[in-house]
Write a protein that binds this ligand. Structure first.
Ligand code: FE2
Ligand code: FE2
Length: 379
């Protein structure tokens, strides 16, 4: 680009007082430079990126019983005759989970198994997952739900919320998607039209649909009440349990109430899907980790990306596995879960550096701004 053209572009894009979010300004060149300065992967390990972006302090992990579990979500299956690629990626994730050694104790499927809630899609997903002979637990995504309001999903994969205890950890699965206000009846929409609206990322008709609702908030509070405050809790949700970007429902609208409920707990992790990208955030004692999709990556939101996030750099849009994958978790006894993104790609130097997180609970990494939702939907 010629210098004068660049000058023109900068004049347009960089108006006075407008600055890119500082999480978004790391380029591959800066990354490589920093890597050289810190001494390639030795430096990388010190800063906690690739591939263990969310490695948590696991001091004391040598004692007790470690275990692993796996997460797959956002497969967005179409019927096979329409789209084989998403099927292919789902099969790849399932076969990689199957090959884990030592094996995962269970798989959590984090929602958006189907693309349009079609029974053919949901049954295809169930069929593919039969290949895994470990325990499987499920939470729904909006793409699974809004054709028949969760009817087939619940018959096939069970109801949520749910909880179970496993080797000293309380696991909780939430339904963040079944709470959309009824915008369809007045408009006399067919189930397919309703589903079509819910299947768009930035559709405005459904508004801020993601949430837990009063009943589920009460359930969450009860589900935690008999659990010691310092013992680990992992909460699975399709949408993140904080406000990242409400216009795309990258949040739950009652996230403040969620944080009030979890406040007394010292070792609490939220693992979520829906955002289709690497994300990390901390509020109070709760950290949130965003999972990769297997179907496609979403772009990062234009504002509100947590400062702790270093966006993935996608080098090859022509590679339909790029920027996608699933996650392996190791849970050391008494410590926080360690997440390994299993990201499918050809090259490895794709992440900007990210300092290791604080381990939560120290209030250092509070990410409460900007309050995008307050600007859009005052309540
Ligand atoms: Fe999704
Ligand atoms: Fe979703």
């Amino acid at each position: 680009m010629k210098r004068c053209e660049r000058h023109e572009m900068d004049k347009e894009l960089c108006k006075p007082g407008v600055h890119p979010d500082r999480s978004l300004d790391i380029t591959r060149r800066i990354f490589l430079h920093k890597t050289l300065l810190t001494g390639t992967m030795v430096g990388a390990a010190a800063y906690g990126f690739f591939p263990l972006l969310n490695t948590i302090d696991i001091a004391g992990a040598a004692t007790g019983e470690n275990f692993k579990f796996a997460w797959i979500s956002d497969t967005h299956l179409y019927p096979r005759e329409l789209n084989e690629r998403f099927v292919e990626k789902t099969i790849r994730a399932i076969s990689e989970v199957k090959a884990m050694d030592p094996p995962a104790d269970f798989l959590i499927f984090g929602g958006d198994l189907a693309q349009l809630g079609d029974p053919v899609e949901l049954k295809l997903g169930a069929e593919l997952l039969k290949d895994l002979d470990i325990k499987q637990v499920f939470i729904p995504g909006e793409h699974d739900w809004y054709l028949d309001m969760g009817d087939l999903w619940e018959k096939q994969f069970g109801t949520s919320p749910w909880k179970f205890d496993h080797k000293g950890v309380r696991f909780i699965g939430l339904n963040t998607i079944g709470q959309a206000p009824d915008y369809w009846s007045a408009k006399k929409m067919t189930p397919k039209e309703r589903m079509g609206h819910m299947a768009t990322l930035d559709g405005s008709v459904a508004g801020p649909w993601a949430g837990l609702g009063h009943e589920q908030l009460k359930w969450l509070s009860d589900a935690l009440s008999d659990w010691p405050k310092d013992k680990p809790v992992i909460i699975f949700s399709h949408n993140p349990l904080y406000e990242y970007y409400p216009p795309w429902n990258f949040w739950v609208r009652d996230w403040r109430e969620v944080h009030e409920i979890v406040k007394p707990y010292k070792n609490i992790t939220n693992i979520h899907g829906h955002t289709h990208q690497i994300l990390y955030n901390e509020i109070g004692a709760m950290r949130s980790i965003g999972m990769l999709a297997t179907a496609w990556p979403w772009p990062y939101a234009p504002e509100g990306v947590p400062h702790l996030t270093k966006p993935m750099i996608r080098v090859d849009p022509g590679d339909h596995f790029d920027g996608l994958g699933w996650s392996k978790f190791t849970v050391p006894a008494g410590a926080m879960a360690e997440n390994e993104y299993v990201m499918w790609r050809k090259t490895k130097d794709l992440f900007a550096e990210a300092a290791v997180d604080s381990g939560a609970g120290d209030n250092v990494n509070q990410e409460l701004h900007p309050r995008t939702a307050d600007k859009i939907w005052p309540y």
